[in-house]
Design a protein around this ligand. Structure first.
Ligand SMILES: NC(=O)c1ccc[n+]([C@@H]2O[C@H](COP(=O)([O-])OP(=O)(O)OC[C@H]3O[C@@H](n4cnc5c(N)ncnc54)[C@H](O)[C@@H]3O)[C@@H](O)[C@H]2O)c1
Length: 257
């Protein structure tokens, strides 16, 4: 029970990496708020975790909306009395709409920035004060391979993921003295709906082939990211802050061949 006594919020916990994180957090004894925009996914995840004996509560949340995020924090306080772990996981990768800056519609740019980046600001803006009141804790942000290398054809997504890494470093400096650690996981090639959709939207992109060329030679599983999230949420990572950790099978260190 590595997260016993911890209260955690996971955004985008209805499927993929967020759901795997919720399963792992509950298994390790955390009480978990599932902050998800999709009512059906959120309810299903809540039912699954509760039927396995876990303590999980779905709160419908749009992380790009200030009122929704403020309500999330207020309800978390009501339900569980505090907050120790804020896992900013929700994002969108709109591969059929995102693109090069010169092709990118302003509305698409604004939408992706709102969901992927403004959300991190909002959740931290309203979540970190609750964490400080609760005695400190751990913020886990989510970057991407696009945070650390050039990924063409998705400049809005890339902008949000680069900025998330930059914010991680600044917030680590700002909130370390207050007992809040801030780290960032940069996944790539994890077998989720997001990766499946990017292959379907772009017939030239074959995810299995692309990630198969990485040193570990395969797509990753959401549980492999969840294991890292448990470590960052737990006191085992008590001396880590400002760390940008890749969970990508070596994709971003693979030489071009
Ligand atoms: N899968 C990968 O290989 C990969 C690679 C790089 C980065 N990432 C990052 O990992 C995180 C999780 O990705 P995934 O592959 O599990 O994605 P996913 O699309 O499978 O799941 C994302 C979840 O976020 C939810 N969501 C979307 N918009 C929301 C909003 N406004 N408010 C609340 N919830 C919202 C969705 O409903 C969904 O349940 C994302 O930040 C993503 O950018 C994933």
């Amino acid at each position: 029970m590595r997260l016993s006594g911890k209260i955690a919020i996971i955004t985008g916990a209805g499927r993929g990496i967020g759901l795997a994180g919720a399963r792992a957090f509950v298994r390790e004894g955390a009480r978990v708020v599932l902050a998800e925009i999709d009512e059906t996914l959120g309810r299903k995840a809540e039912a699954e975790l509760r039927s396995a004996g876990g303590d999980a509560t779905f709160i419908r949340t749009d992380v790009s909306d200030s009122a929704s995020v403020q309500a999330l924090m207020a309800r978390t306080r009501e339900c569980y009395g505090g907050l120790h772990v804020l896992y900013n996981n929700a994002s969108v990768f709109l591969s059929s709409q995102d693109g090069r800056v010169t092709d990118l519609e302003e509305a698409v740019w604004n939408k992706i920035l709102a969901i992927n980046l403004h959300s991190v600001y909002l959740c931290c803006r309203y979540g970190i004060p609750l964490m400080i009141q609760s005695g400190g804790g751990s913020v886990i942000n989510t970057g991407s391979s696009a945070s650390v290398m050039g990924v063409p054809g998705c400049d809005a997504y890339t902008a949000t993921k680069g900025a998330t890494v930059a914010m991680t470093r600044s917030m680590a400096v700002e909130y370390g003295p207050k007992g809040v650690r801030v780290n960032c996981i940069c996944p790539a090639g994890i077998a989720t709906e997001m990766v499946k959709a990017s292959s379907l939207d772009d017939p030239n992109f074959d995810a299995e082939y692309f990630f198969g060329r990485a040193p570990l030679g395969r797509l990753g599983e959401p549980e492999e990211v969840a294991n890292l999230a448990v470590f960052l949420a737990s006191d085992e990572s008590s001396y880590l802050t400002g760390a940008i950790i890749r969970a990508d099978g070596g994709t971003t260190v693979t030489p071009i061949s």
